[in-house]
Every structure is written in structure tokens, then in C-alpha cells.
Ligand binder design. Structure first.
Ligand SMILES: NC(=O)N[C@H]1NC(=O)NC1=O
Ligand SMILES: [Zn+2]
Length: 455
């Protein structure tokens, strides 16, 4: 007897899409096959809908504790499940204090256990100040260590110099944890910003010129050398240029254990859009030109980009409403729209549905050791999302479940709409509502496997 039987959906699997039923017992998928005959306590009719593994977004900033006026775990995780997500990994900043030791890790874990609508993992931070705290963060269950090679935007989370990266990577290697890097050259970005500002530059164009592609490419090259030297596992977050992705692919080919993330905004918008829309699209690295967007899509099709994370990092409105674009908070509100954006733009560019789920669910789950997540197969958690794949809809403010109702995607037409999201077999989102109180569980990473990012 199943607890739940999901009938007749188009199930998006590893190799293709098949019409099948899913049998669920105690929150786990036990059978996936057409016309399952066993009885069930509850049946759900999924005919006409596609069933995807829930999105596993390993790059969000929900900023709790300490900056819940920017976002918060309750609102952030509601938006995540509203967009088809079932698990996330929260970055060590912009919570205040940032997660740099066992105590700050524990405080965030407690808050998330109270408030999260999705299962969650937590990143620890790597900064010049807390090298000696990496073992206790690993022991507490950090999914990995996040470091910045350029200014993080916040004084309390310092950028790592080469020494810190070198030592941090050696620790991470020994602790079996991944290092996630924001790779932009501090020297290039800070130097250009200082000169442009001295010349009176305050606009979007000036900001774009202060963070050229070479700032990313140079930092990625350096990070790859350090990873190669130390044997650390490396995850390059939010790559925005084809050249940086190519450097990572070349390193991977010679045995460096590196994975590459990009974000929906680098796939959907350009620098011109940033000029047109302004603060809502401010991010670092910045948006690029059309040729780079095309290069990223090529890399997705080629399998050299392995994951897509939202880098959801909103702030209060006043930090977005500055005349000086350099002073505007850099961070995109996008946690709710990743799946819709990929289904719309990815399909238009020939990316298959199984490939989209690998980018959004299976690979992040495998790479970060989130056992039981990321696939619709027996033995996996029944974390899934029912999508009306052909529904065309215009994203409006009223759809948003985030703390602040802004997103660069408002007004955009998406193809594919989330109807229902289930976490371990329980409906956590249904057509704009959240039927149950938060029941998210902490995810402790399993020991790493070696084949996590096979395209
Ligand atoms: N601190 C923080 O959230 N920074 C993020 N925002 C952004 O646009 N890029 C980032 O790394
Ligand atoms: Zn980020």
C-alpha cells in the first residue's frame, strides 16, 4: 500500500520523459512505472502535467539571522517552493553575523529548522579570519566553504587573498569539502572602480566597465591553479563569460576537480538590459553582451556548465534606490523563477528537459552530497514538482512570495508553470498557497563521489 500514488504524469527522468505513475511510501519514491496496480491512501492525478525533480538551489542568500529585512528563510523558502524548489543551500553571507564558525552555523540551522518550507543545507564561509574554524564548520555539517576573491559587498565578510585560498583549499581537501568561489579579481575591479569614480562615473555603464570579463577570467585562472596544486574540489559560482568556462573545462580535462555554475540572469539578460532596467538587475559579476549569453548557452549544451543556481540576493528597497549605481546593492531577486526561466529560454535553445533537471536538481544534489535528492527514482525522496509545461503566463508582482516584490523577470512571458510542489511526498505548494507549516529538514552532506558532474 502506497501512501501516495501520483498518476499518469510525464515523468522527467535521466534519459527522457515517460508517462508513468510514482508510488510513494513514507516520503520516498518506491516505484516508477506505468499503471502501478498497488493501492494507495491518496491519489494525485498528474495527467497532462510534467513531473520534475524539485529544484535544488545551492546558491541562495536568505540572510537569516540578522538581515531578515532583506529576505528571510520563511519568505525565501516559500518563494523557492513556489517556483518548484524543494531544497536549497544557504550562503554564509549576508546573514549577520556571517557563518564563520560553529556557533553562527548552529544559529542559522536553528532558524531554518523553524521556518524553512524546503529541506536545506548550509555553507560555511572561508575568509582570512577563520581558517582555523574550517574543521568545526565541516563537523557541524557545512556543505562546503564559500570565499570571495573580490569585495563581497559587506565589510564583515572579507575577500580571500591567495594565501587564504591556498591554505583554505588544503583544509577543504583534507576535510572532504568543496570550496565555492566568487571569482573576480579584486585588484582589477577595485582599481577600475576607483579610477572611474574619480572621473565622476556613477552610472550603469561605468559599473559595467569596472568589472570587465578579464577580471573574471584572471581570477578563474588563478583559482584553477590553486585547486590543481592543492587537489581541492572547486565549485566556480556564477560564471558569466565563455572564456572562464573554457578555462574550467580545460582544467577539468587535465584532472582538476572543478564544477561550474551559472545563474539564470546571465542566461536571460545583457548589460543593455541592466542599463534599461537599472538596480533590479545589478549583480556581480555584471551582465555581459549578447555574444557572452550565447557562449554560456553553448557551454550548457556542451556540458561544460554543470549547475544553475539562482544567487538570490535581494536587499531592502532603499539599498536598491540609490542615484549612484556603485552604491546600489548588488544582488538579484530570482529564487522563484529559475525553473520557469530555464524551461522557457532553455527549451527555446534546444536544451532538453532531462538536461534542465540535471542542471537544476541532479547534479547539484550529487556534487554536494545531498543524498536522496535530485532524481525521480526509487529510493529518492519524493521531492517533485508538477508543471503545466505549455502554460504561457506573464510573471507579475502578485506571483512573488519573496520578502520584497521585485524581480527582473516581472512582465516577462514564461512558458511552463508550476502547479504543485511536494517535499517528501507532502504538498508544500499548490497554486499560490502553502498548505502546511514549514517542515524543512537539515541536510548534512554525504561523503563526496567522484563522478558528480558528468554531463
Ligand atoms: N553578498 C552577495 O550576496 N553578493 C552577491 N550578489 C551578487 O550580485 N553577486 C554576489 O556574489
Ligand atoms: Zn551569491
Amino acid at each position: 500500500m502506497y501512501d501516495l500514488l501520483i498518476r499518469g504524469g510525464h515523468v522527467v527522468g535521466e534519459d527522457g520523459v515517460t508517462v508513468a505513475d510514482l508510488g510513494v511510501v513514507e516520503g520516498r519514491i518506491v516505484d516508477v512505472a506505468p499503471e502501478l496496480a498497488e493501492e494507495a491512501r491518496e491519489e494525485l492525478d498528474a495527467r497532462g502535467l510534467h513531473v520534475f525533480p524539485g529544484v535544488v538551489d545551492v546558491h541562495v542568500h536568505f540572510n537569516e539571522p540578522g538581515r531578515t529585512d532583506w529576505e528571510g528563510i520563511a519568505t525565501g523558502s516559500r518563494a523557492l517552493v513556489g517556483g518548484g524548489g524543494t531544497a536549497f543551500a544557504d550562503m554564509p553571507l549576508n546573514s549577520s553575523p556571517p557563518v564563520l564558525d560553529r556557533a553562527t552555523f548552529g544559529a542559522k540551522r536553528q532558524a531554518a529548522q523553524r521556518e524553512s518550507y524546503a529541506d536545506f543545507a548550509l555553507w560555511g564561509g572561508l575568509t582570512p579570519r577563520n581558517l582555523d574554524r574550517l574543521p568545526e564548520l565541516a563537523e557541524a555539517g557545512a556543505v562546503g566553504f564559500k570565499a570571495f576573491m573580490s569585495h563581497s559587498g559587506l565589510e564583515e565578510f572579507e575577500a580571500s587573498d591567495d594565501y587564504t585560498l591556498y591554505e583554505g583549499m588544503r583544509w577543504a581537501r583534507d576535510l572532504g569539502r568543496i570550496v565555492a568561489l566568487h571569482a573576480e579579481s579584486d585588484s582589477i575591479t577595485a582599481g577600475l572602480s576607483a579610477r572611474l569614480r574619480a572621473e565622476g562615473g556613477r552610472g550603469v555603464r561605468d559599473y559595467l566597465r569596472s568589472r570587465p570579463a578579464i577580471a573574471e577570467v584572471e581570477a578563474v585562472g588563478r583559482a584553477l591553479l590553486l585547486a590543481e596544486e592543492t587537489g581541492a574540489r572547486l565549485h566556480l559560482v556564477h560564471l558569466s563569460t565563455g572564456r572562464a568556462v573554457t578555462l574550467a573545462a580545460e582544467a577539468r580535462a587535465r584532472g582538476v576537480d572543478v564544477s561550474v555554475e551559472t545563474c539564470p540572469h546571465y542566461l536571460c539578460f545583457t548589460g543593455e538590459d541592466m542599463e534599461r532596467l537599472g538596480a533590479v538587475l545589478k549583480c556581480a559579476p555584471p551582465l555581459r553582451d549578447r555574444a557572452e549569453v550565447d557562449a554560456l548557452w553553448d557551454a550548457i549544451r556542451a556540458g561544460t556548465i554543470h549547475t544553475v543556481g539562482s544567487d538570490h540576493s535581494p536587499s531592502t528597497l532603499d539599498l536598491k534606490e540609490r542615484d549612484d549605481f556603485f552604491e546600489v546593492w548588488g544582488g538579484i531577486g530570482g529564487v522563484q523563477s529559475t525553473l520557469a526561466a530555464l524551461l522557457t529560454e532553455g527549451r527555446a535553445r534546444g536544451v532538453t528537459l532531462p538536461h534542465i533537471t540535471r542542471l537544476l536538481a541532479r547534479t547539484p544534489a550529487e556534487r554536494f552530497g545531498l543524498a536522496g535528492k535530485g532524481a525521480l527514482e526509487p529510493g529518492f525522496d519524493a521531492d517533485l514538482v508538477l508543471v503545466d509545461l505549455d502554460a504561457e503566463w506573464v510573471h507579475t508582482q502578485g506571483d512573488l512570495h519573496t520578502r520584497w516584490k521585485y524581480s527582473p523577470y516581472l512582465g516577462r512571458t514564461f512558458r511552463g508553470r508550476v502547479r504543485r510542489t511536494l517535499l517528501r511526498g507532502q504538498t508544500v505548494y499548490l497554486d499560490g498557497t502553502f498548505p502546511h507549516p514549514p517542515q524543512g529538514r537539515f541536510l548534512r552532506p554525504a561523503a563526496p563521489t567522484s563522478q558528480e558532474v558528468t554531463p
